[in-house]
Write a protein of this length. Structure first.
Length: 126
């Protein structure tokens, strides 16, 4: 039996998108010494807005049972080193710290939502 609400589905999508952001940041960091590698990223806020707009109740950001993939793009405007690589460890460290804070926030919100659901289920026992 699955107990979910629209809010819990949206928070789950938030956590999925944040996890993808962390994966992209980790890939950038791992390729800091790869000649010609270009940093990749995604617009987290735009992806979250789209996920919320397409979510209708049970779908929670999924279309026809298939999770939507966020749009990933090469990051422009970064300094390119002579080897063609444009990854900045400072930028990636900042992105990782931000993503970690988002993840902790999402987990706290999801915990609160499930506590609310649990309390509603057990309201008669009080």
């Amino acid at each position: 039996m699955e107990i979910a609400t629209r809010l819990s589905n949206e928070i789950a999508r938030y956590l999925d998108l944040d996890t993808r952001q962390i994966q992209l940041t980790a890939a950038n960091m791992a390729n800091i010494d790869t000649p010609g590698y270009r940093a990749v990223g995604m617009d987290f806020e735009a992806e979250m807005r789209q996920a919320m707009a397409t979510a209708d109740g049970d779908l929670g950001g999924e279309v026809a049972g298939k999770a939507m993939s966020p749009r990933v793009f090469n990051v422009d405007g970064l300094i390119v080193r002579p080897d063609g690589n444009n990854v900045s460890m400072d930028r990636e460290g900042l992105n990782l710290a931000e993503a970690q804070l988002k993840f902790k926030t999402g987990v706290a919100l999801l915990r609160r939502e499930y506590t609310r659901i649990f309390d509603a289920i057990h309201a008669d026992a009080k």
